[in-house]
Design a protein around this ligand. Sequence first.
Ligand SMILES: [Zn+2]
Length: 125
Amino acid sequence: MLNLFKSARHKNNNAIAQATKSLNQYGISATIQEHFTKFLQGQDNRSLFHANPRLIANYLQLSERETLNILVIALKEGIVTLNWDIQCPKCQGIDFAANQLDKLRTWHICPVCHHKHQSDADQEV
Ligand SMILES: [Zn+2]
């Protein structure tokens, strides 16, 4: 079991290293590219699922704007994905997750507590 995990992790690390090479064409320095690769390789799946751009900026020792620029490029290259989660104001659960802005709705009904609420996506995005 452990060997299978290590094998899969090794394959993932190679895939991450291959994917981040695509950042070269956007003028991302080799040092930043290497740090970004190590960040992606060093995090567990749970940490990467909802990665905070400010924490990534801190890890890379870059400004938030520089980090967002890299993340937008990484999004374009398919290295990362971007989702918008709508959180229920009553139970704090995630009642809707969209991977495209046009999928967001104005009104939501939480599937857990059935609270109907209006999203504040216009102010938050
Ligand atoms: Zn709820």
